[in-house]
Design a protein around this ligand. Structure first.
Ligand code: GLN
Length: 305
């Protein structure tokens, strides 16, 4: 497959793309990002990799971190986590409160904010120094010790914490948060504030590729196949909130978005691809990012379907 020529043809096509998206401003620090940034990185199991644009520029990974936290919680706490968070698509926005009330504080899945807050609380029960330990885990899976938190983004979100604080307080009332609400929020906002490039993200997400032993030098860092299977299933069904069906329909890959404008998607046993374009559509997903991934699976003919 000549990936480079396919990527070049995509870049040409999107040069005339009319982006109607808007950069997220509800976390004021995110609103400072240049809306015209665009990066893409494709990492194949063969070790080949390809890039477009600002592929090595770091941005706020935001909810993409929810996949990393889930993988860490599953490693540390195993299947016990499913007593506190469900595995069903929510069909609601990422920060919605409505289902929590009638589902008695059990979030519908780990990729909406409520679910990620529970996963954060679980991690805190297993880690001595949660923020430090989490950062080490991310650096380890990405094989890059330079990755770090963007403290100004974390502080900016803490200042505007009110909706996430509502979710956390409601779950605390239902008995589904063990730690202090502000400590949970602080750790969660830090996870979201990790800054990574498309190149680093596409490397980190190779842990979900489930490729056979010996195919890749990164085998030591891959997850157990059963965990990769479950996390990929959740990415496919819940990775884009109330637009998860649309993403599966148009792109046909498990993936996860963040309000920083990043999207990571992957084809088990084949490749990881990360794109970044800050303007978001009405559902909070990168408008151009979705378009590019749709073009990629259409032109390569490789999706999971
Ligand atoms: N930190 C953001 C929030 O909690 C993450 C949301 C997202 O990326 N969808 O609102």
């Amino acid at each position: 497959m000549n990936y480079q020529s396919i990527l070049d043809s995509i870049q040409k096509e999107i040069s005339s793309f009319k982006n109607t998206g808007k950069v997220a401003t509800y976390i004021p620090e995110l609103g400072k990002v240049d809306a015209h940034k665009f990066g893409l990185h494709l990492q194949c199991v063969t070790g080949e990799h390809f890039a477009l644009g600002d592929a090595e520029e770091r941005f706020s990974i935001q909810s993409i971190s929810k996949v990393i936290s889930l993988s860490y919680a599953l490693k540390l706490a195993g299947n016990s986590i499913w007593q506190r968070v469900d595995v069903e698509p929510s069909g609601d926005p990422f920060n919605s409160l409505v289902q929590l009330e009638y589902e008695k504080g059990i979030p519908r899945n780990p990729f909406i904010n409520a679910g990620a807050l529970v996963i954060t609380d679980i991690l805190m029960g297993h880690l001595k120094k949660p923020k430090e330990d989490f950062l080490h885990y991310v650096r380890d899976i990405a094989n890059d010790q330079t990755i770090t938190y963007d403290e100004s983004v974390a502080a900016s979100e803490m200042k505007h914490k009110f909706r996430n604080a509502s979710l956390a307080n409601l779950m605390k009332d239902f008995g589904n948060l063990q730690h202090n609400v502000d400590d949970v929020l602080d750790f969660y906002f830090h996870q979201c504030a990790i800054a990574m490039s498309c190149k680093q993200l596409s490397e980190a997400f190779t842990i979900f590729l489930n490729y056979p032993k010996g195919d890749h030098s990164k085998q030591a860092r891959t997850l157990e196949p059963i965990l990769a299977k479950r996390i990929n299933a959740l990415m496919l069904t819940c990775g884009f909130y109330d637009e998860s069906g649309e993403f599966a329909f148009r792109v046909g890959l498990p993936g996860k978005s963040g309000v920083g404008g990043g999207i990571v998607a992957l084809h088990p046993k084949q490749y990881c691809i990360a794109v970044w374009s800050p303007p978001l559509n009405a559902k909070g997903n990168s408008e151009l990012g979705m378009k590019v991934l749709e073009l990629f699976t259409s032109r390569t003919g490789i999706s999971v379907f």
